[in-house]
Design a protein around this ligand. Structure first.
Ligand code: IVH
Length: 702
């Protein structure tokens, strides 16, 4: 955003020379400058309504700096020169959640719910006749927030954000009737974080949109967006007029447990003044599915949107044993309602090229509203999918949308097919760089073989590099990457960290200015220090997602060790290769992709370059002081009687162990369950310590 040119240019020429200022005058002017610059910051960052141009703003700061240089004793704590890093891009402060806010895995069929329960049973190693009671709750379609109470008073409210860090929206949340300022009743823990959903009632949504239209403003697409927009108002009195609601359904940090079951915890939350949505305790899958049908039938009659049902394990001791995988808990699942559908025309099939060269067909549709959202594109997945559904350009198709997932083409209405239409022919050349495209045996995807000579792949890789879970550079989104790439400002990841060398070119771009350029450089500089796990993920190696990146970082700890190990692992008979494929969760095909990445000279150049530019920090093993398993390699074999294999693995890792799939000289312990076979024998041969299940439980303090 550029600042507006001002009608009243303010130049430094009219002001007295810094050298001629008395200390009194200097102090007075510094105070005025601090106030004025802060006011412009608010106008620019929070109100999106700057009053001065970039140049005028810069002149104010320069004057401030010049006076401070002459009178260093007069530097104020609220001086603009004392603020560290980039200014916030919004008017809200950041809040780091004491306990991360997770998201939920989805089930899309009855079978998937049944499988969820089976998975819980397997993980906990329950007997067939052990009852797994589930709390079923409607899934509210709003936005999740966290409310912190200390000694019964509401002290902090934050949005979910990326799950780790959200925005401080306390003042706005105080305007909600459903959020008590002080807890009622008694027995609440000194620290209590209540989590739940802020939503807008359908009736309120319709009334608000009518007001928006009357006022000439854009109507909101759906109640969810309207709720989000209302919560992010910089002026709380506007939020207050939107009459948002809140349902509690979970908690974050608590200084005391809320009970032994979810049912009990819910009852207590309600007794302290929170509104909870009607939940139902279901003792078997049949009852859980019946609850879903009831909600599906009843949803139209509710004054708020629900988009499914959430099932949660009721016993809280099991909840803590189940823990989480990546970003979703193992103890809960969302069963979404069937997707909403609509018919429209498929105008054209476009082939997109992804970061690893995968060619993905995308349907361009005549825009159509599906479940309150306008859809104009849908993924067609791959060649087989197009063939199977015989999707052709010009067809009338049924599209569906469920929750946040990408819209899909469900089927073709054959009766509406125009005469003379022809089946779609998948290209065997990359549409972006013209290189040969190949479809390897056993794979569904066509892939461009152009590597980094393919501009599409190069750009997609860079976009991935700066994306939220990778380098997460504030103010440098996909659109900027594309524009900078087109204008040859960046070609490789390292170039991002050299952008500041091209300050003038960036500052003079349309929509930029010196101030915004400097903010970008500050945001980039902040990311020069990065954990090895994020760094590995950012490289965008095929098949290496966040979880795998974390595994690699935990195994090799620091960048140099990892790089050396991968070089050594190129020899598939080496110990290094065995160590790589021994990491539980990394198979030969993934290892191939990782080593393939290292075998590419261009990638080696990128790594050398980044190594020189960045501070890649080692990933510490989990805190395991006193654990006998810290840093040890453990192999499980045979059937354990008290816990499932996954739980055993999760426990061992929490104690600092690496869990490997096969026994080698590097193994420290082999834990043998019933019917252990060759691994137990091999352990004995190699002289590795063998533990029985009981011995392991004892050592692990279970
Ligand atoms: S439990 C550990 N219960 O759905 C996860 N979530 O798709 C805690 N949501 O991020 C969430 N109604 O914003 C839970 N009754 C309910 C819910 C619910 C809506 C939202 C929540 C969550 C999202 C996941």
């Amino acid at each position: 955003m550029a600042r507006k040119p001002s009608a009243r240019p303010r130049g430094t020429a009219t002001e007295p020379d810094v050298d001629g200022l008395t200390p009194e005058q200097a102090a007075e002017e510094l105070e005025a400058l601090a106030r004025e610059i802060a006011r412009h910051d608010t106008l620019y960052y929070s109100k999106d309504a700057p009053e001065v141009s970039d140049a005028e703003y810069d002149a104010l700061r320069a004057r401030n700096a010049a006076i401070e240089a002459r009178f260093p004793d007069l530097v104020r704590i609220d001086s603009p020169s004392q603020r560290i890093g980039a200014a916030p891009t919004t008017g809200f402060g950041k809040v780091t959640h004491a306990v991360p806010m997770l998201s939920l895995d989805n089930a899309f069929s009855d079978d998937e719910v049944t499988e969820f329960v089976a998975r819980v049973r397997r993980f906990l190693k329950l007997a067939d006749d052990d009852e797994v009671a589930l709390m079923a709750e409607p899934k509210i379609d709003g936005l999740s927030i966290s409310l912190r109470y200390e000694d019964g008073r509401f002290v902090l409210g934050a949005t979910r954000g990326d799950g780790t860090t959200g925005e401080n929206v306390t003042a706005n949340l105080r305007t909600l009737d459903d959020i008590p300022d002080r807890l009622r009743g008694k027995g609440w823990p000194a620290v209590l974080e209540v989590r739940g959903e802020v939503y807008m009632r359908k009736s309120e949504f319709l009334a608000l949109n009518a007001r928006q239209v009357r006022a000439g403003a854009k109507p909101f697409a759906n109640p969810r967006n309207a709720a989000a927009g209302s919560l992010r108002q910089l002026d709380s009195s506007i939020t207050a007029t939107r009459r948002l609601g809140f349902f509690g359904y979970a908690w974050g940090e608590v200084s005391e447990p809320l009970g032994t079951t979810l049912k009990e915890a819910r009852d207590r939350l309600a007794s302290w003044g929170f509104t909870l949505n009607a939940g139902k305790l279901c003792t078997d899958v049949g009852a859980a599915l019946a609850f879903y049908r009831d909600q599906e039938t009843g949803r139209a009659g509710l004054d708020y949107d629900i988009d499914g049902v959430v099932y949660k394990v009721n016993r809280l001791d099991w909840v803590s044993r189940l823990g989480q995988v990546s970003r979703s808990p193992r103890w809960a699942i969302a069963y979404k309602f069937a997707a909403e559908r609509a018919q429209t025309m498929l105008e054209k099939i476009e082939i997109q090229v992804g970061r690893t060269g995968t060619l993905t067909p995308v349907a361009h549709l005549t825009p159509v509203t599906v479940g309150g959202v306008v859809v104009s594109r849908a993924t067609l997945h791959n060649e087989d999918e197009i063939k199977r559904k015989d999707i052709r350009e010009g067809d009338t198709v049924v599209v569906q949308r469920a929750g946040d997932v990408i819209p899909q083409v469900v089927e073709v209405i054959i009766e509406k097919r125009p005469k003379g239409s022809r089946p779609f022919h998948f290209p065997d050349k990359c549409p972006r760089c013209g290189s040969l495209a190949v479809r390897e045996e056993g794979e569904v995807a066509w892939r461009c073989t152009g590597g980094l000579i393919c501009p599409a792949q190069a750009v997609e890789r860079l976009k991935h590099f700066v994306s939220r879970d990778a380098f997460d550079i504030e103010g440098l989104g996909g659109k900027h990457i594309e524009a900078f790439w087109n204008d040859k400002l960046i070609a490789t990841p390292g170039d991002i960290f050299r952008l500041a060398d091209r300050r003038d070119e960036i500052a003079s771009r349309e929509g930029w200015g010196e101030k915004s350029a400097d903010n970008l450089f500050a945001a980039i500089a902040q990311r020069r220090r990065i954990g090895l796990d994020r760094f590995i993920y950012a490289l965008g190696i095929r098949q290496v997602g966040e979880a795998t990146a974390r595994l690699l970082a935990r195994t090799y700890h620091d960048f140099d060790t990892w790089r050396r190990a991968m070089a050594a692992a190129e020899d598939r008979t080496s110990d290094a290769y065995a160590e790589l494929t021994d990491i539980d969760g990394i198979g030969p095909s993934m290892a191939d992709d990782i080593l393939g990445f290292f075998a590419e000279p261009h990638n080696q150049d990128v790594l050398d370059d980044l190594d020189g530019l960045l501070d890649i920090t080692a990933v510490a093993a989990p805190k395991t002081s006193g654990s006998p398993f810290a840093g040890k390699t453990v192999v499980f074999t045979g059937t354990l009687s008290t816990l499932g294999r996954k739980e055993a693995k999760a426990r061992a890792e929490a104690l600092g162990a690496k869990v490997a799939g096969s026994v080698s000289k590097k193994t420290d312990y082999v834990v043998v369950g019933a019917d252990a076979g060759s691994k137990a024998k091999k352990a004995a041969e190699l002289g590795v310590t063998v533990l029985s299940e009981d011995e392991w439980r004892e050592m692990a303090g279970l």
